[in-house]
Design a protein around this ligand. Structure first.
Ligand SMILES: NC(=O)c1ccc[n+]([C@@H]2O[C@H](COP(=O)([O-])OP(=O)(O)OC[C@H]3O[C@@H](n4cnc5c(N)ncnc54)[C@H](O)[C@@H]3O)[C@@H](O)[C@H]2O)c1
Length: 245
């Protein structure tokens, strides 16, 4: 039970990687706080988490709304006495547009959710972690933030920002007990598929397949656990040996 007596807050937990991480942490003893903007999928995951623990708090939250983030993080801290683990997973990414076709509004929305959502969540949770001298922050970026994806310049830029923020913040807080890392998935199986072990063929990796939600959750849970006690400021790619685009 790696997460006994730990409280984990996972954003974008309604489907995909976030859902798989929430279920895994609950299975391994965590109190689980799940945030998502979609109330239906959030409710489904809340019920799934209850198979492992009654210590679950589900909050409908748009991470780009700072006021709402601050209020709901306070609620979570009140309920469980603090947040030990933050997984910044919520993001927008399903938009393929040439740079020329990507509007200023597209850029702003992606920056607001993917970058500022990560900033707001981290700012809300960090004071409690610093006060308790313990914290694990795992940001979910993407290989797009490392290599840049064609027709996804705005998405790629947000994920590059998350990777850089991870490295910078780690240098400020690692000596205070808060370890900050990033995972960068390559192609992942469709997040609409509820089977966390499913994958599809993919020419984008030398493994010839996509990664599964469970494989991504494994890495997130490792970095969020005390097994990763000497790792901070890293971006770890989980991409089946990516054929760089
Ligand atoms: N799936 C992939 O192929 C892939 C590849 C690389 C990186 N990633 C990253 O992994 C993470 C999870 O992706 P996924 O494909 O598993 O899930 P997804 O993109 O299908 O779902 C993300 C979840 O976040 C929620 N969400 C979106 N906007 C939100 C907001 N403003 N506030 C709160 N919640 C919000 C959605 O409702 C959804 O439940 C994302 O950060 C994504 O960029 C995914």
């Amino acid at each position: 039970m790696r997460f006994r007596n730990r409280t984990a807050l996972i954003t974008g937990a309604g489907v995909g990687i976030g859902r798989a991480a929430a279920l895994r942490m609950a299975e391994e003893g965590a109190n689980v706080v799940i945030f998502d903007v979609n109330p239906e999928t959030l409710g489904t995951v809340e019920r799934e988490v209850r198979a492992f623990t009654e210590n679950v708090l589900a909050c409908v939250c748009d991470v780009s709304d700072e006021e709402s983030v601050n209020k709901l993080v306070k609620d979570a801290e009140k309920r469980f006495g603090g947040v030990d683990i933050l997984v910044n997973n919520a993001a927008l990414w399903r938009c393929w547009k040439s740079f020329q076709d990507t509007t200023t509004e597209d850029w702003r929305r992606y920056m607001d959710v993917n970058v500022m959502g990560t900033v707001y969540m981290t700012k809300a949770v960090l004071p409690g972690m610093l006060a308790r001298k313990y914290g694990r922050i795992v940001n979910v970026a993407s290989v797009a933030g490392v290599y840049g994806n064609a027709n996804m310049a705005h998405y790629s830029a947000t994920k590059g920002a998350v990777i850089a923020m991870t490295r910078a913040l780690a240098k400020e807080v690692t000596d205070k007990g808060v370890l900050v890392n990033c995972v960068s998935p390559g192609s992942v199986s469709s997040s609409e598929d509820p089977d966390v072990h499913s994958f599809q063929p993919s020419t984008l990796s030398f493994m010839g397949r996509t990664g599964t939600d469970a494989e991504n959750a494994n890495l997130i849970c490792f970095l969020a656990s005390d097994e990763a006690s000497y790792i901070s400021g890293q971006n770890i790619q989980i991409d089946g040996c990516r054929r760089k685009q």
